[in-house]
Design a protein around this ligand. Structure first.
Ligand code: PAP
Length: 278
């Protein structure tokens, strides 16, 4: 409500938007690395080596909820949000700022979310919700940013209506062909790779720097903590890097649970033209 009332984007702002646990950390790292790459030419150090991606790209609903400009680096027009499209501040919809949305197979998103929340609950000395109970809630659309399908559909429909403003991506497609997506991201953000950069391995450098293996092995992401305003306990950065794989749901949900969530998603997305990878 605070950002709905008070937040005004710069017209050049770019938002990384997502439902939790669908690839936000990776997309933040990639967009940050792409946008800041010209600053790096000649030097090998990126802030990504010293700060976890969430500390490079602030969240609208946490770090910017009091519209404190000191919470953002105005020279880097990257912001992020988990807020559903229908609840975004009107100022974001009407401005010429851009949005890059990422989503993921619902089963993997759920499992990732359950692990994340269980870790947070344990660090708050709260008994984690059993997986089966959490699954029931997720299937009934009870989640902290609203039903998963509504989140995805909100941004999907908006991306069809405003394709120049909203780029819609999936974690699975990005994993399968990261290079094409890195180039697409650069183009969408208005900083395409030059032929010289491409031939010099610029795209590959960014892919490697932002890979799960590379990021998760950095000291800052292994041993430091991340503090989110409004959330009492600090979160270990390592919690944001669990497995980074497609299809890990099958190690945690029964085939029946998987089929049930697939069925729900299929019904909810029917007629939208969107088919999420499974
Ligand atoms: P957030 O909403 O709390 O920011 P988010 O980054 O969206 O979380 O999702 C975390 C998932 O992305 C984790 O998936 P998993 O639980 O299935 O393993 C995490 O491992 C994965 N992830 C983090 N960094 C990367 C990366 N560089 N490449 C691919 N996947 C990643």
């Amino acid at each position: 409500m605070s950002v709905q009332d008070r937040f005004n984007p710069q017209s050049t702002d770019i938002f990384v938007a997502s439902s939790p646990k669908t690839g936000t950390t990776w997309l933040k790292a990639l967009t940050f690395a792409i946008l800041t790459r010209s600053r790096l030419s000649g030097s090998t150090t990126s802030s990504l080596l010293a700060k976890m991606p969430h500390d490079c790209v602030p969240f609208l609903e946490f770090q910017l909820s009091d519209q404190n400009p000191s919470n953002r680096d105005l020279a880097i027009p990257l912001l992020s949000t988990h807020v559903p499209y229908s609840c975004l501040p009107k100022s974001i919809i009407s401005s010429s700022c851009k949005i890059i949305y990422i989503c993921r197979d619902a089963k993997d998103a759920f499992v990732s979310l359950w692990y994340f929340l269980a870790k947070m609950q344990r660090s708050d000395n709260v008994e984690p919700l059993p997986l089966e109970e959490a699954f029931e809630l997720f299937c009934n659309g009870i989640a902290n940013y609203g039903p998963y399908w509504d989140h995805v559909l909100g941004y999907w429909r908006a991306s069809l209506e405003f394709p120049e403003k909203i780029l819609f991506l999936t974690y699975e497609e990005m994993k399968k062909d990261t290079a094409t997506h890195v180039k697409k991201l650069a183009e969408f953000m208005g900083c395409s790779f030059t032929l010289e950069e491409e031939e010099g391995g610029g795209v590959q450098k960014i892919i490697s720097m932002c890979s799960f293996e590379e990021l998760s092995s950095l000291e800052v992401n292994k041993n430091a903590e991340h503090r989110t305003p409004g959330i009492s306990s600090p979160i270990q950065n390592s919690v944001f890097f669990r497995k980074g794989e497609i299809g890990d749901w099958a190690n945690h949900l029964t085939p029946e649970m998987g089929a049930r969530l697939d069925d729900i998603m299929e019904k909810k997305l029917k007629g939208s033209g969107l088919k999420l990878p499974r």
